[in-house]
Ligand binder design. Structure first.
Ligand code: 3PG
Length: 208
């Protein structure tokens, strides 16, 4: 599956920072049951790769990827753990080359027009706009629509249930990413019903 096909599967990609491997599978099942099959596990915790592995093997309806991939070594580790795509908060030439060579679907992060142009030079046309809310948000995406025609974005960072629909209404937004569908307190309490409800609301958000 190409990254554009993965992004087309749901309007919202939950960004998940898993603290305990045991919570990974029930969390993934709740999100998938709510209608969000594309899941990003950030490589920011000790538990992240094990969480990814468990979801990849035990939740077949999930399309699980790795987030916060900063370099080639992390890309390879994510691939070994069963990631179907990888996401980075920004992008270097080395990481872009490694992603192209690996054939792994890749969503590179950009924050500026020049970074978006550089990503396109490496062949990427769907980009993570990060951190979206504090970098101009909807206004930035509208402003770059004409000059960066052909590029589409997954705004992430400070996006929430209230602001997501406004982003999703833009023609150059493919989907949005965010952690709001899996609040830390709900995960810690094992409140999977609440998470499924938040996922269902997010899954119902319309794209043009
Ligand atoms: C990410 O890694 O993409 C962000 O931490 C997600 O941002 P959010 O927590 O503000 O949704």
């Amino acid at each position: 599956m190409r990254i554009a096909e993965i992004a087309a599967r749901a309007p919202v990609i939950p960004v998940l920072t898993v603290e305990r491997p045991a919570e990974a599978v029930p969390l993934a099942r709740a999100l998938v049951a709510g209608g969000l099959p594309v899941l990003e596990i950030t490589l920011r915790t000790e538990a992240a790769l094990e969480a990814l592995k468990r979801i990849a093997t035990e939740v077949p309806d999930a399309i699980v990827g790795a987030g916060t991939v900063l370099n080639e070594a992390q890309l390879e580790a994510a691939e070994r753990a069963g990631a179907r795509f990888v996401v980075s908060p920004g992008c270097t030439a080395a990481l872009a080359r490694a992603a192209v060579e690996s054939g792994m679907p890749f969503l590179p992060g950009v924050q500026t027009v020049s970074e978006a142009m550089a990503a396109r030079e490496h062949g990427f046309e769907l980009l993570k706009f990060f951190p979206a809310d504090m970098s101009g948000g909807i206004g930035w995406l509208k402003a770059v629509g004409a000059p960066l025609a052909g590029l589409r974005f997954c705004p992430t960072g400070g996006v929430n249930a209230e602001t997501a629909p406004g982003y999703l209404a833009l023609p150059n937004v493919a989907c949005v990413g965010g952690s709001w569908v899996a609040p830390k307190d709900a995960v810690a309490a094992g409140d999977w019903a609440r998470i499924e409800g938040l996922a269902a609301t997010a899954a119902g958000m319309k794209r043009p």
